[in-house]
Design a protein around this ligand. Structure first.
Ligand code: NAD
Length: 367
């Protein structure tokens, strides 16, 4: 039953989805009216970018193959300069969140349209969120100019994503969906997308672990990632993302792995405030309890299960808890230092999360 008011304001998106859909690139590109594209990629994906350049033929003005995690400002400047130098009037970003993020850094200053071809499950292609790192600090913002105009989702480009990255990137996408379900600016449509995103990923990821080349499983995961990116772009994020941003910023932890470790514990913390939503999450992953179901899923996928494994020192937990309470994001459950500290300790140890308020003040069970 609908019992609250909401605003539904979808972002414009043109999505071409399906195995082999990369072949649509020249047509899609022409529709955007782009005559000279700068193709972006990381050094690891240069062969793929070259194949895209070949597909574009005369419409490719150059390849910039230096995309790097968290968009360092120096890389953004070099890419902007190359875009100017070759007279690019459009960007093709092929790769994960780092490459698409670089495209956004160019678009932010130039208004150039982006055509994104995602090859991970990060979901950046569906959001107007950008981030640029300068002097060790990542500044993020929202600007509709950085939202890709067209997104080509070709699951066959994701079969090369290693198992470990597939798992952590997929859990990152699940995190987008989970937090959208209890976002203070969510709505029934984003909730539908979020629940289905969790379901698609929870079904697809275990299959990808055993059969990385299985196109049906890869399609399922990429579909879930699309939904995850869409709801991330449309709603605000809460405690889970705040903790990941704090841990990532202070301790330089890897993005997707941090999400994978923290999510079950953030869910356990929030469960008491939004029990009906947690039932949806549990239903979508086929578990009795959302936090424990997510924890079990992570274990099945073989991802790191503790902050300790990611190299976090026990002594850092207090200052991370302090920092996470500064400028907090809207969250369904009130934040207390004691509660966040206990959550972090559980995540640090890799304990099974327990979804009730009483458990947040003390340790869970050792796994
Ligand atoms: P990534 O883009 O950094 O990619 C990691 C590595 O995997 C790179 O070397 C890349 O070349 C390689 N790779 C990507 N796809 C591959 C494939 N199919 N096969 C083999 N190798 C492949 O990783 P990511 O997790 O996609 O992105 C993380 C970044 O994206 C972070 O900086 C994060 O903050 C940002 N992000 C931004 C948003 C947003 O809305 N702005 C959303 C999610 C993530």
């Amino acid at each position: 039953m609908l019992h609250r008011t909401f605003i539904y304001s979808p972002l414009p998106a043109r999505v071409i989805f399906g195995p082999g859909s990369l072949a649509e690139l020249p047509t899609e590109f022409a529709q955007l009216g782009i005559g000279a594209a700068l193709v972006l990629c990381t050094p690891e994906q240069v062969a793929l970018a070259e194949s895209v350049a070949a597909l574009l033929g005369k419409r490719c003005a150059g390849v910039f193959a230096k995309a790097a995690m968290h968009v360092p400002i120096e890389v953004a400047r070099a890419a902007r300069e190359q875009a100017r130098a070759v007279g690019a009037n459009g960007i093709v970003a092929i790769g994960g969140g780092s490459t698409i993020g670089l495209g956004k850094a160019i678009a932010l200053e130039s208004d150039l349209p982006i055509l994104a071809i995602p090859t991970t499950y990060a979901g950046s292609e569906m959001t107007p969120i950008y981030g640029i790192t300068a002097a060790g600090e990542k500044k993020t913002g929202r600007d509709i100019r950085v939202l890709p105009r067209t997104v080509i989702y070709d699951p066959s480009l994701t079969t090369s994503l290693p198992r470990g990255m597939s798992a952590t990137s997929g859990l990152n996408a699940i995190a987008h969906c989970v937090e959208a379900l209890y976002a203070d600016n969510g709505n029934p449509i984003t909730s539908l997308m979020a629940e289905n995103g969790i379901r698609a990923l929870a079904e697809g990821l275990p299959e990808v672990m055993t059969q990385p080349d299985n196109i049906d499983a890869r399609s399922q995961c990429l579909y879930g990632a699309w939904l995850g990116g869409s709801v991330l772009g449309a709603t605000s994020v809460a405690l889970h993302h705040k903790l990941c941003h704090t841990l990532g910023g202070m301790l330089h932890l890897p993005h997707a792995e941090t999400h994978a470790v923290v999510l079950p514990h953030a869910v356990a913390y929030n469960a008491v405030a939004v029990p009906e939503i947690m039932k949806k999450v549990a239903r979508a992953i086929g578990a009795g309890d959302a936090a424990q179901g997510l924890f079990e899923l992570s274990r099945r996928l073989g991802v790191p299960m503790s902050l300790r494994e990611l190299g976090v020192a026990y002594q850092d937990l207090d200052r991370v808890a302090d920092a996470a309470l500064q400028a907090p994001y809207p969250n369904p459950r009130e934040l207390s230092h004691e509660g966040i500290r206990a959550l972090l300790e559980n995540a640090w140890s890799g304990r099974v999360p327990v979804s009730n308020s009483a458990s947040q003040g003390k340790a869970g069970t050792e796994r």
